[in-house]
Ligand binder design. Sequence first.
Ligand SMILES: [Zn+2]
Length: 420
Amino acid sequence: MIQTEAPLNCSTEISRSTSRSATRMDVTDLYHAAQSALPGISFEYFMGMTGLAARTIFCSIDCSCADQLLDFGCLTDGLGRLGLRSVQPSEEGPGIARQPYVLRKLRRRKGAKVNREILAVADLAAHLLEPPVPMLCTAKKSMLLTATGVWSYSAVVREIGWRPKLARTTKNALEVRLRAWIDSRATTAPFLRKLAGGRRTRYAVRLKRAAEAFDRELRDGLQAAKTHLLERKSADIATIMADLRIAAEVAGLAAQNLIDAACIGAHTSEALRMALLEGPETALTGAALQEVVYLARSGARPFRQLAARRLSGSRAGQGYSTLCQLLYDRDYAVAITAAGSILDQDPEGSPKALAAAAANLAGQNSEAAAAILLMLAENPDRHSLVRDVLEQFESLIPSNPLLSQMGHQLREPRGAIRPR
Ligand SMILES: [Zn+2]
């Protein structure tokens, strides 16, 4: 069950990197499409199984361009866990062409329901811990790191922290953002409690603990932030920042319990479970390293991503070579997580290897290539390295907006790439 799922169609990944101008995906419409295929499915179960419950997407307060990160490319696995696939409305004849989304049952479901639910639990944890990704922000007209998981909270904190006060438009935009996050997160705890049922197994106990943490994230973090934003004419920025820090901390605790539950549910060894529960900064050696390496090479998507995160704690050798292989993973989040771990592990020696990998990736996964280059470009000492790779890109993919914008910014006199 923990093993690799059926490979994604390669074209899915490619279309994802070129579809950023597509319109925003409407979760409610998508849920209605799921209901048509699976009558009786609850909204909470839909959000939990697809991984949408863990998504708090953010680029900057007054812009929602990062919402485009959510598309069918990143939902293929999640819909598959529900036994669904998306089809083009036009394929279904004129009567259905007006519906925004059409979902149909897969002919063959991917494994037993309980195993698909355990994968969904692991996927929620992986999404919560997902590293930020680079995007061309349409409002800022520059490259920004955009967040999809808990990182969003610290991104908001960073963005409001320097402001003496919140302008009315900023306040309104933040309110809209918080409302959307509250709606999404409100589904997480009921989903996990449904999976746990009335049981008192180790698996169920971890799920209930995660649900409690999500309750706190919602109440003491997101809803408190919304209240403090609205209760006074001039919002108390310091209090809102404190609320969001609580949200981030408690969501991290929820992710720990989800990892624990997924490992127990998937019957991993004790060594692997303990290794994944430790932070990526903890040294990873011996038998635990072997297990995480094996997971990174043969696990299903969420487990590969969690392994890539944990391998940051390995020192050179097998852990490092496994991370280098993961840079070419068909899943974007896995590749980016691996790149971040490599850079953490060896900030001095790895940039050259990462730049070379980005050049190799340019043709097949330009989104991951750009993400790696942006990570490198955060340090001005590496700008010439990045510029060299971008020169290769220009001949390879002249029409790629993400890469050409990046090249443009690096050529500016101030060399200002702005990952915030
Ligand atoms: Zn934006």
